[in-house]
Design a protein around this ligand. Structure first.
Ligand code: ATP
Ligand code: MG
Length: 301
């Protein structure tokens, strides 16, 4: 497949799974088992497409880096075992590590809690020319913290600021923050890896039963699973409030890992293809310097 065909296919994936206006968004309208026009028997073909996509992505990233104007922020959110780590590993496998940074956000430290909730993520934003990946993000502040209000109480906030409006306020602040990032040249794309409750159960059991996967199992994840419906409500509210044209959400069907990887690759390719990427060109003065440097090198012989 040539590059333009691949970019065209990527664009279709973006249209199908992207949410740019949250008003009528309902999570139940999105099937975690969806595999588009492909089925399980197309897996080898899907792998080929992913390989081609990774190749195109790596060429685009090279230009992004050389041009040093835009930065890309990819945010991954999901329930446990939805496959965030695998998606990041496979989709970014071809990119130059110098131009890409991955940050994983866990429960905040004391130092992080002494700042506003966006602070630690702001410190980790990608600089111009780079792709930044957030494996979890400030969205945890309206997800896990919303599901377990005890976490909020431990956040050192002045009590007068902790009101019934806090979730709405945080969502509005996130929306404004992402608009601010977009206005400064950071292209924001957000992914919700939509795994079903049944598939999560299957993956947890596999982590327990397969010794080579035991290290991935965390007993606390089973406790979190018991709050599934609360999490889904919190995700829906977050996506409704923060899906915008400048910072869209992508509801990635994640029951088939191979398909989730393909969709994410498509979205990243589409985001890069939408930019005016080009290698910097030299002005006449710089070209003259180049010519003179060439002459000097040639005359060394
Ligand atoms: P994996 O389980 O695949 O290693 P993970 O992203 O689940 O990946 P963990 O170390 O298991 O990594 O979990 C990080 C935990 O930190 C998650 O349960 C998440 O909800 C929690 N967390 C992240 N940000 C916050 C936050 N701001 N406040 C409280 N908890 C948070
Ligand atoms: Mg985990």
């Amino acid at each position: 497949m040539d590059t333009s065909e691949l970019v065209e296919q990527a664009h279709r994936a973006v249209k199908r799974y992207g949410v740019t206006d949250g008003d009528s968004f309902r999570l139940k309208d999105h099937d975690p088992a969806d595999t588009g026009a492909l089925s399980g028997k197309d897996k080898p073909r899907a792998q080929e497409m992913l390989d081609e996509g990774v190749d195109v992505l790596s060429k685009m990233q090279d230009m992004l880096y050389a041009q040093n104007r835009w930065s890309i922020l990819l945010i991954f959110q999901a329930m446990d075992a939805a496959g965030k780590d695998g998606v990041i590993k496979h989709v970014m496998s071809g990119v130059n590590p110098q131009g890409c940074e991955v940050h994983s956000f866990k429960a905040p430290t004391h130092q992080e809690l002494d700042h506003d909730f966006l602070w630690r993520c702001s410190c980790a934003l990608p600089s111009r020319g780079k792709i930044g990946i957030f494996n979890r993000s400030y969205y945890e502040e309206v997800l896990v913290v919303r599901v377990h209000e005890g976490i909020l109480r431990a956040q050192q906030l002045p009590p007068s600021l902790v009101t019934g409006d806090i979730w709405d306020q945080r969502l509005k602040d996130i929306r404004a923050y992402e608009r601010y990032l977009a206005r400064n040249g950071t292209v924001v794309r957000k992914f919700f890896l939509n795994v079903s409750r049944d598939e999560q159960r299957r993956r947890f059991l596999e982590r327990i039963e397969n010794p080579s996967k035991n290290w991935k199992f965390n007993a606390g994840d089973v406790d979190e699973r018991s709050h599934w419906d609360d999490y889904m409500q919190a995700y829906e509210a977050a996506i409704c409030a923060t899906a915008t044209p400048e910072a869209p959400w992508f509801i990635v069907p994640a029951d088939s890992k191979w398909f989730a990887r393909l969709v994410v690759a498509g979205v990243v390719i589409d985001a890069l293809a939408s930019l005016d990427l080009a290698y910097p060109t030299l002005d006449p003065v710089q070209q003259a310097k180049l010519a003179s440097a060439r002459q000097r090198l040639l005359s060394e012989r």
